[in-house]
Design a protein. Structure first.
Length: 941
């Protein structure tokens, strides 16, 4: 009966709505009928929905029954309601819990449980679980029940994130407030994250939301710039469980004015003829329109625009279209421009007027500029045709000389290596009065013999007249009595000869050779002396056998002559020769000792060729050599300067000798200042301190008691070494073949010997603690035996050499800048070691046959270079060892330079192997060619 009542209550009553009866658990089927009849007559009563639970499909759900008590209920029944209203309402028991056990029915069987006394938990909900549920819990034994109706709303998925706050157009500089919202469904709360690309910008965790919050919100604030254009901002909602990640993104469209920059060309230097591509990089939103212009004027005719790519192309650009190219970009928000300056590079080219031939008069200043165009600006240097020396531009000659005659090449060179040089050449034709080439100015003859005097004239324009004059005679050509004049013309000179037959005593005199041309005249004094040696007697022809004897004698004589020449040529001056002679070697060593220690009894060092009788020796150092003026007969001027002159003279009774001695007399010129006289006296004072030495010009005497002051020194027939070397240049070919027939012919051995002798002379001077201060080849004299003698002592350098540009003007006087050591140039310090420096320069002069040192460099340029450690390079034709010696003389620190004694020894070692001392074949031809033979001492290499 119980079972029937139970079925009746759970099945029938429940389905019919009778369970809503407050006592339906105690109802019998009769009660039910009465109650149903009441319901039917009263109408149905609906339970209100007590709560709604929203869940996501796939997640668990807990439906609340609303039962609140400390005691667990007697039973719990959960029903699923079907149908929309009470009439149609049907219920399914899905869960039953009572003292006899718990039951879950149907599709809830494996996922429904009761938690917290009466609440129903579904482990996983499905979309099909959407609907209303009811729970029934009796509270007391009197069958009172608690009924609760719960609505379960199952959502497929949450709404997902939504972005608000952005509405284009947006302009750079504005602030953007982005908002991201996403739905919270029940317990399913998302984490919200803002991203820019993969970069996380901000995040909010689910725990911050209150239980009843239904929307998760995350804001992001941004000051936008143009760089945010096209950037995507993402908002992600991360749900635990099956929903997972939901995302929304927004792409910004930021508007801004254009900006421009030049992307091509990469450099601003282009070569003429190249194609040039210019590209303007434009950044703008909305897009800009782009145009090009050339600020200096018209665009090149051959240009093309590619608007789409903002490109400008110029085909084969020319230098005329250098300048600034500008690109202009414009949109609704603004304008921007950018420019590039194109520098068009092109090779050097020299303006054609440089090709003109130029003429200049001797003594004039001459300048010629070389105008060269090119980009980059080319460096312009001048050189002389056939020479390696270079000169700065403009080419400048102060007081031009015949030696400057020649072709000059201007070379413009670009710093860009593969641009070819541009060259132009012009001929400089130097015109001026004739020049008498000094050869032999003293001739000798015997009485009744005949003699031919020679005078060689070089002239441009050609000499209009060359004549011989003496007393009242003047002969240009032809024969007058015993005198006949002939002229032989060569391409470069006229050789005029005066032949005197049956020479008479009155013919021993001086003659003038006069040459005249358009620009002036020149006179040379030529002296005819009486020959001292008697002419050889003719060998009488006696008989027929005589020719045989004659031939025999001639052969012997020839042999003797040859041997004599051979030994002469062996150059007894070389150290090698001296080394073989003990006596003389000792003499050399003695030179290294202070000569003060030498007494008059010890032999003076002799060099072969020295004539001991020529030396006027005095035992005392401070010698009184006052010479009687009337014993001096002046002959001719050897050379003169502004204040002084050197005169050749005969001195009678020197050292008690019977024969007159040929001497040179240094004196002041008429009208020269008191300073000039002082200088000469100073030089005399210095010379008096120097005991005789074969390589120092010897003081023979002086006349100081009355005016003019005469300083008498030994005569050196070959003049100064500088002039001598320059004169020797033209004889090169025969010289180096060693066919020696003329004192002007030089061998490498000669040059070696000169250097060595100068070192010896200076060792002597240095041992006396005398500083020369002006050692240079022009101040070395050379006698007829090619013995070098140091001369020009004291401070009177300018007295005899005023036309010598080698003394550059300084405040107190002219200074030999090119010969001076750095400490003298820059600090005015002079010492024996600064003389050593000058010796190195003198050595260089000898080896280049007297080129001007630092060729091509002006004095300031030379000094600047010297200060920076520059030294002259090795003359091509001299060997390394010799150059090494020079370089030692040019050490910066004076202490590092050798002494003159060291130098004598070093040179002995080197020049004993004199064969390769100078490499003959490598001597630059231009240095010696015939045209140079007429060059003066201003010779530049
Ligand atoms: O080369 P030179 O003929 O030699 O020209 C100069 C000129 O005088 C002016 O200095 C010459 N000279 C100087 N001293 C002497 C001397 N002692 N013997 C011969 N010539 C001399 C020098």
């Amino acid at each position: 009966m119980d079972f029937l009542n139970s079925w009746f209550r759970t099945g029938f009553l429940h389905k019919t709505g009778l369970r809503r009866h407050p006592r339906y658990r105690q109802m019998t089927w009769m009660d039910s009928l009465v109650f149903l009849a009441t319901l039917w007559t009263l109408g149905s009563t609906q339970e209100p929905i007590s709560s709604t639970t929203v869940v996501l499909a796939g997640y668990p759900a807990v439906l609340s029954c609303g039962y609140v008590s400390d005691q667990p209920p007697v039973s719990v029944d959960w029903y699923r309601l079907e149908g929309l209203d009470a009439d149609q309402e049907r219920t399914h028991l899905l869960y039953h819990d009572s003292g006899s056990g718990t039951f879950a029915f149907g599709k809830y069987s494996d996922r429904a449980t009761v938690v917290d006394n009466a609440n129903l938990r579904l482990d996983t909900v499905y979309m099909s679980d959407n609907g209303d549920y009811e729970c029934e819990v009796p509270t007391t034994e009197d069958y009172d029940i608690v009924l609760s109706k719960v609505r379960l709303q199952v959502l497929d998925s949450p709404d997902g994130p939504r972005i608000t706050g952005y509405s284009p157009p947006l302009f750079a500089g504005q602030t953007l407030h982005l908002r991201c919202e996403s739905q919270i469904v029940g317990d399913v709360r998302p984490t919200l994250v803002w991203y820019n690309g993969s970069r996380e910008l901000s995040r909010v965790e689910p725990s911050v939301w209150q239980p009843d919050t239904t929307t998760a919100v995350l804001n992001y604030v941004l000051d936008v710039s143009k760089y945010d254009n096209a950037k995507a901002y993402r908002c992600q909602a991360l749900y635990r469980g099956p929903v997972g990640v939901r995302e929304r993104k927004v792409t910004l469209d930021i508007r801004y004015a254009p900006t421009t920059h030049m992307t091509y060309p990469l450099g601003t230097q282009v070569r003429e003829g190249d194609d040039v591509l210019l590209r303007c990089g434009v950044d703008s939103n909305p897009p800009a329109t782009v145009s090009w212009e050339r600020l200096e004027g018209a665009m090149p005719p051959n240009h093309k625009l590619y608007e789409e790519h903002h490109l400008l192309r110029i085909v084969g650009i020319t230098r005329a279209f250098h300048g600034t190219y500008q690109c202009r970009a414009e949109n609704s928000l603004g304008v921007s421009t950018t420019a590039v300056s194109l520098d068009i590079l092109y090779p050097p080219s020299i303006a054609s007027q440089v090709w003109n031939k130029a003429e200049a008069l001797v003594g004039e200043n001459f300048t010629r500029a070389c105008v060269a165009d090119g980009n980059p600006t080319p460096s312009v240097r001048w050189s002389r045709d056939g020479s390696e020396e270079v000169y700065d531009d403009p080419l400048y000659f102060s007081s031009i000389n015949f030696t400057d005659d020649g072709s000059y090449i201007c070379r413009a060179r670009s710093s860009i290596q593969d641009f070819p040089d541009s060259t132009a050449k012009f001929r400089l034709d130097v015109k001026g009065p004739p020049q008498i080439v000094k050869q032999n100015t003293i001739f000798s003859a015997t009485e009744n013999g005949s003699v031919t005097l020679e005078c060689e004239v070089e002239s441009d324009p050609p000499a209009t007249r060359v004549a011989w004059k003496w007393e009242s005679n003047s002969i240009e050509s032809g024969t007058v009595g015993r005198y006949s004049v002939r002229q032989k013309e060569t391409p470069t000179s006229i050789l005029s000869t005066l032949t005197i037959k049956s020479v008479q005593a009155s013919d021993f005199r001086s003659y003038q050779c006069l040459a005249v041309n358009l620009h002036g005249e020149e006179t040379q004094v030529i002296v005819l002396e009486r020959a001292t040696a008697p002419p050889p007697q003719p060998i009488p022809l006696v008989a027929i056998v005589l020719p045989v004897i004659l031939v025999f004698i001639m052969v012997i004589l020839g042999l003797l002559y040859y041997l004599r020449k051979y030994w002469q040529r062996k150059l007894p001056w070389t150290p090698k020769y001296l080394k073989n002679k003990d006596m003389e070697m000792r003499a050399i060593e003695d030179d290294y000792l202070p000569p003060i220690a030498q007494d008059s009894a010890s032999p003076m060092p002799l060099l072969p060729g020295d004539d001991p009788s020529n030396y006027y020796q005095e035992p005392d150092l401070i010698r009184d050599l006052e010479f009687p003026r009337d014993k001096l007969s002046l002959e001719r001027v050897l050379g003169r300067g502004n204040f002084g002159q050197v005169i050749k003279a005969k001195a009678q009774g020197v050292g008690g000798a019977d024969k007159p001695m040929t001497v040179a007399v240094k004196t002041t010129k008429d009208g020269s200042s008191a300073d000039a006289k002082d200088d000469l006296l100073k030089e005399l004072k210095m010379m008096k301190l120097i005991p005789p030495h074969p390589n120092v010009v010897m003081l023979i005497g002086y006349c100081t008691k009355t005016e003019p002051v005469y300083v008498i020194v030994e005569y050196c027939a070959l003049g100064n070494l500088q002039n001598f070397l320059r004169k020797c240049r033209s004889k090169r070919d025969s010289t180096y073949a060693n066919i020696q027939v003329d004192e002007r012919l030089l061998t490498p051995r000669d040059l070696a010997s000169f250097i060595w002798q100068i070192a010896r002379g200076m060792a002597h001077v240095a041992s006396l603690k005398i500083v020369h201060r002006d050692l240079a080849s022009r101040n070395v004299l050379i006698d007829k035996n090619k013995v070098c003698k140091i001369s020009d002592f004291g401070l009177s350098r300018d007295v005899y050499d005023t036309d010598n540009e080698e003394y550059e003007q300084k405040t107190q006087g002219r200074l030999p800048l090119r010969w001076m050591a750095p400490e003298s140039l820059f600090d005015h310090v002079y010492s024996v070691k600064s003389d050593v420096w000058s010796f190195g320069i003198t050595m260089w002069e000898v080896l280049t046959l007297a080129c001007t040192p630092y060729p091509g460099l002006s004095p300031p340029a030379m000094m600047e270079r010297l200060r920076n450690g520059f030294r002259m390079s090795k003359p091509v034709h001299c060997n390394e060892e010799v150059y090494d010696i020079m370089r030692k003389c040019w050490e910066d620190d004076p202490e590092d330079r050798p002494t003159f004694i060291d130098l004598v020894r070093l040179l002995e070692d080197v020049i004993t192997k004199a064969e390769d001392f100078i490499k003959i074949d490598e001597i630059p031809a231009a240095m010696y060619d015939e045209s140079n033979s007429k060059k003066s001492k201003q010779e530049k290499c």
